[in-house]
Design a protein around this ligand. Structure first.
Ligand code: EPU
Length: 334
């Protein structure tokens, strides 16, 4: 196991915030994780690639990071394959591997930043697919007792960008591996209009064309964290009642929506933020991305408080204009 005291975190969070952590421990096996948990100073926090968090200052405690790698096929049939993947594997490396193997299910989630463990905690989603669609089970170690528990997909409490690991069991388990179920027969999901069109232009439906199309769409809207610090969508798309939606529609006939459960509907936060005039605007070193208003960026040298000040100003404006309380997808770490 790798232990770093006073660990600089700038390269370990995609916003590029310059803070340090008292201790960072990296584990390569469940045994090593067990040892880490028995000696770590509290509070304890687990991070993946740091692509969904915002440090508000130095972290006084222990940060755990999984370096458990490996892809093991545990069941292989004519229709599907079950594959166990270490939580420290880069998500997109696994998605690329699936495409190379001819396994369907992960291709729409191409280039989502982060690691396998975080994919299962966060229920990553893009272009009509959520990772819970392909998760079979999640293996995790309890932070308090060090025991291993296997969660079947149905026990993980999956919903839009959420899971039991972010709600009822928050901070209580460290994911060590995830079992995914991928299909061997072609099963493209092309409901997202721009994806269907882009794949069409590439000459036909294949795993590699879908991956290339997703990459192209993402690059046209989302900034590369290696160039401009950001954490993807900063806010979750809000779910509002149909009557609230109709009221907004009476003022803005172009308001888009996604279907949701019951008499509710989901509205793109990026549209709400753009309508409030924030797209491309800055507040100090923090800015709203000029091609996707859902993404806040660090123009250089921003602190967590600079980014939060911008987020708070946006939340207040959206509340005043639309009566909607935006919630952050990014976690504030203080
Ligand atoms: N829109 C605007 N202005 C903007 C951005 C969006 O008007 O600045 C409107 C447009 O009408 C657009 C609609 O919002 O058609 C939807 O935009 P987009 O397709 O870019 O999707 P999104 O709802 O903004 C969500 C996810 C993204 C994911 C895309 C594609 C959330 C919080 N975000 O964004 O996920 O890539 O759908 O499936 O659900 C992420 O989680 O980090 C992420 C990037």
């Amino acid at each position: 196991m790798n232990v770093i005291e006073n660990c600089p975190m700038k390269g370990r969070n995609t916003f590029g915030i310059e803070v340090s952590a008292d201790t960072l421990m990296e584990f390569s096996s469940e045994n090593e994780l067990h040892n880490c948990l028995s000696v770590s100073k509290h509070p304890v926090m687990v991070i993946g690639s740091g692509s969904n968090l915002l440090f508000m200052g130095d972290y006084h405690g222990t940060i755990l990071h999984s370096a458990i790698k490996g892809i093991d096929v545990i069941e292989d049939t004519r229709e599907y394959v079950l594959v166990r993947v270490g939580s420290g594997m880069i998500w997109d490396d696994f998605a690329a591997y699936c495409a190379d193997m001819g396994w369907w299910g992960a291709e729409n989630l191409t280039a989502v930043p982060g690691e396998v463990g975080a994919s299962a905690v966060q229920n990553i989603g893009a272009y009509g697919v959520e990772v819970c669609d392909i998760i079979s089970e999640v293996r995790a170690m309890s932070v308090s007792g060090g025991s291993i528990r296997t969660f079947a997909c149905g026990e993980c409490g999956y919903g839009y960008r959420t899971s039991i690991f972010k709600s009822d069991l928050k901070g209580q388990y460290v994911v060590t591996s995830v079992v995914y179920r991928l299909k061997k027969q072609a099963s493209p999901k092309l409901e997202y209009g721009a994806l269907r069109q882009t794949v069409g232009r590439m000459g036909g439906v294949s795993l590699h064309n879908i991956r290339a199309a997703v990459r192209q769409i993402r690059e046209s809207k989302l900034p590369d964290p290696a160039v401009l610090g950001n954490a993807g969508s900063f806010f979750i798309n809000p779910v509002i009642s149909d009557s609230h939606y109709r009221e907004i529609m009476s003022r803005y006939s172009d308001v888009p929506s996604y279907p949701s459960d019951g008499d509710m509907c989901k509205v793109p936060a990026g549209w709400l933020i753009e309508k409030c005039g924030w797209k491309g605007r800055s507040l100090g070193s923090a800015a709203v991305h000029d091609r996707q208003a859902l993404v806040l960026v660090n123009k250089g040298g921003a602190t967590g408080h600079d980014i939060k000040a911008l987020a708070d100003a946006i939340i207040a404006d959206v509340r005043d204009r639309f009566g909607i309380e935006l919630k952050t997808e990014v976690n504030y770490i203080s």
